[in-house]
Design a protein around this ligand. Structure first.
Ligand code: ZN
Length: 226
């Protein structure tokens, strides 16, 4: 097995997703140098931060957990690109596990809701990257995933380059609540790959809040502000 891997590495070297140098034995997805330089965010954001303030007070998330700073000028953005466009199913689990370690067991989260894709987009990609991240988190924290409680009813345009107001309008009423009972009364972690203005998260939280008596926290790989 080890010989097979060594042979495979010789002919098809595995590359670091960030700097694209050849990975050495024991390294997975990200080389040791890029891991050492990982642009980690502070461990959590409390409700007073700017993005969380834009949520309605009645369903304002308590905490926001993120793994790294996402900038279009940083090579670490390639992780998100690979996750979404280069069949990064396993990469999603790997990064989700990193996020799960960062969240830790102490926070009392009772369920994870990955932001759903529109069925058409999920079919095209073959998977939902947010679900992959959720699967990684739950490998570490052993929290149930509720990926059927909401669906995405509208296939929205890409939000890249949109203003804050345009993003809000783009994602208004795009989710439908399918099942109130399984999440009612729980503390949920809503998971997405990147948070920019929080517009998609806000739309999702407003829909889920209809289930009643829910506490929210947010989890993402990248957040775009320092
Ligand atoms: Zn690297």
């Amino acid at each position: 097995m080890a010989f097979g891997r060594a042979l495979a590495d010789l002919f098809f070297p595995r590359l670091c997703m960030v700097c694209e140098c050849c990975l050495r034995r024991g390294e997975v997805y990200i080389c040791s140098a890029c891991l050492a330089d990982f642009p980690c965010t502070d461990s959590l954001y409390q409700a007073e931060t700017t993005v969380l303030k834009t949520f309605e007070e009645a369903c304002r998330p308590e905490k926001l957990y993120s793994l790294f700073y996402y900038s279009k000028y940083s090579d670490y953005r390639k992780l998100v690109y690979a996750l979404k466009y280069r069949s990064g199913k396993k990469l999603g689990i790997y990064l989700g596990k990193m996020l799960g370690e960062k969240i830790g067991r102490q926070v009392g989260i009772q369920g994870i809701v990955p932001i759903p894709l529109h069925p058409k987009r999920e079919k095209k990609r073959g998977y939902n990257q947010s679900l992959q991240i959720a699967l990684g988190i739950t490998e570490i924290l052993n929290i149930p995933i509720y990926d059927k409680v909401i669906t995405r009813t509208r296939n929205t345009a890409s939000q890249t380059g949109m203003s804050v107001v345009e993003r809000q309008q783009n994602v208004r009423n795009i989710f439908d609540l399918q099942d109130c009972h399984s999440v009612r009364g729980k503390h949920l972690l809503i998971v997405d790959d990147v948070i920019t203005t929080g517009a998609t998260m806000r739309s999702c939280v407003e829909t889920l809040a209809q289930a009643g008596n829910i506490r929210f926290s947010l989890g993402c790989l990248g957040r775009t502000w320092a």
